[in-house]
Write a new protein. Structure first.
Length: 145
């Protein structure tokens, strides 16, 4: 996503903008009653989560690959497998991110593009089957019924 050849990282304000987005995001996660489930999957202190998300988003948004430099390939889905993540957790995470993006006061078109990209990534983190369709999608080999 670029505007006049700018990366999303540049559009939101580079390092300072990414840190602000992450801080707003985790402040919402800490403060909002309606996101208790996703908050419960995190440590009591969000300091490490804030730093890791900042490092990851820097590269994901088109800036320096800080996470890769420090930890190697993100392997997002694999790193999230120890946590039971379903639609509720995805939606609570997205609720915080949407509010944080709105608070960033970005151009509405850019904000919508970011929401869409975040939603695709958040949905990919789901690892708990919740419906019959999910069960079928998670099977390696279809049954011979």
């Amino acid at each position: 996503m670029t505007t006049q050849n700018q990366t999303a990282y540049e559009i939101i304000g580079g390092e300072e903008g990414v840190r602000r987005l992450v801080d707003i995001f985790y402040d919402y996660m800490d403060d909002l009653d309606e996101v208790k489930q996703i908050r419960s999957l995190h440590a009591r202190s969000l300091k490490a989560s804030r730093e890791k998300l900042f490092l990851f988003l820097s590269g994901w948004l088109g800036g320096p690959d800080l996470y890769i430099q420090k930890y190697g390939h993100p392997m997002l889905r694999r790193r999230h497998l120890p946590f039971s993540i379903g639609t509720q957790e995805r939606d609570e995470w997205m609720h915080c991110m949407k509010k944080a993006l709105t608070d960033m006061q970005l151009d509405p078109e850019i904000e919508q593009q970011l929401v869409k990209a975040f939603m695709q990534t958040a949905d990919h983190m789901r690892n708990r089957p919740e419906h019959d369709a999910d069960q079928a999608d998670l099977k390696i080999m279809p049954s011979k019924n």
